[in-house]
Write a protein that binds this ligand. Sequence first.
Ligand SMILES: Nc1ncnc2c1ncn2[C@@H]1O[C@H](COP(=O)(O)OP(=O)(O)OP(=O)(O)O)[C@@H](O)[C@H]1O
Ligand SMILES: [Mg+2]
Length: 315
Amino acid sequence: MDNPAYVRKKGRINVVLTQKQNKFEEESLFENEESKIEHDVLARFEQELGEYVGLEEVKRLVKEIYAWLFINRCREKEGLKVTKQALHMIFKGNPGTGKTTVARLIASFFHEMGVLAKGHFLEVERADLVGEYIGHTAQKTREVLKKAHGGVLFIDEAYSLARGGEKDFGKEAIDTLVKAMEDRQHEFVLILAGYSDEMDYFLSLNPGLPSRFPIAIDFPNYSTNQLMEMVRRMLHERQYTLTEDAQKHVKDHLQKIRSEEEGTFSNGRYVRNMIEEAIRFQAVRLLRDGTFDKDSLVTIKRLDFQFHSSHVKVN
Ligand SMILES: Nc1ncnc2c1ncn2[C@@H]1O[C@H](COP(=O)(O)OP(=O)(O)OP(=O)(O)O)[C@@H](O)[C@H]1O
Ligand SMILES: [Mg+2]
C-alpha cells in the first residue's frame, strides 16, 4: 500500500499516521483568505483544536468529515446521490488524554455542520444506564437516549457495562443502545470511551458491536515534551511564566512519574492540577514575602512546585 492511511481492523477503520500522511496533514486546505472564509467552520475548529497539544488523529478526522460533508453538498447541487454515514466512535486511552474534551468539541462541530440537530453533549456512566430490577435498565437507558437525541451521547468507562457477565443488567443496557443505533442511526452520535485494553476486551465480548463503530481513535499517553508544551500553554493562558530552573525541575518530575505510573498516569489532567497547585503555592509565597510587583506576580519559581508535599493525585 502506497500510503496506508487506513487499516481495517475487526470491521473498524483505524487511522494510522505515516510520515507521508503527516506531511499531508500539515498541508492546509486553504489556498487563500477567500477559501478560509468559505470554509469558516473548518478554520474555526482547526484553530480550536490547534490549541491542544498532539491529537493528530482527531485533527485529521475533523478535516476528513468536513471535506466529506462539503463534497456531499456539492454533489447535492449537481443532483447526485448523497449518502449518510454512521459516525459512532470509540475513544481509547488513559485518563486525562483528552477524550472528553474532544468529544465535546466534536458535538459542537457536528452541530455546526448540520449533522446533529442540537449538538449538545451528554456524558453518562454505568449507573445512569443500569437499573436494579428487570425492565428498569431498558427504561433508564431509553430515558438517557431520549435526552441525547440530536446530540452526542458519551459513555465513559463503557466496558463497565460488561461487568458481571450474561446475567448482569449491563447487557440489557448494551442491547438497548444497539437497538437505538440501528433505529435512530442518524439522530445521535454514540461515543464509547475507556482504557484501551479494557475497551478491546469489552468489544471482543460483544461481537455485533465493533462494526457499529466505524471510527476508532487512540489517545496515546503524552510524551514528556508534549506535557511540557501543555505546561507552557496553560501557564501562558493564565498569564504566568516559568523560570528556567523551574522548567527543568518540572520536566524532570514529569519524566519520572510518567515512567513510574505509565498505565494510570492522568496526563493532561495531572498537568492542569499541578499548575493550579503551583499557582496557589506562588500566592502563599508572595503573601508571606509581601511582594506584589508585576514581575513577581507572573513568575512561577522552582520552589512553587513542592512535589513531595503535593496534594495532586498522579492517577
Ligand atoms: N492535548 C491536550 N492539550 C492540552 N490540554 C489537554 C490535552 N489533553 C488533555 N488536556 C487537558 O487535560 C484535562 C483532562 O482532559 P479530558 O477530561 O478531556 O481527559 P479524558 O481523556 O476524558 O480523561 P478521563 O479518561 O479521566 O475521563 C483537561 O483539562 C484538558 O484540557
Ligand atoms: Mg473523560
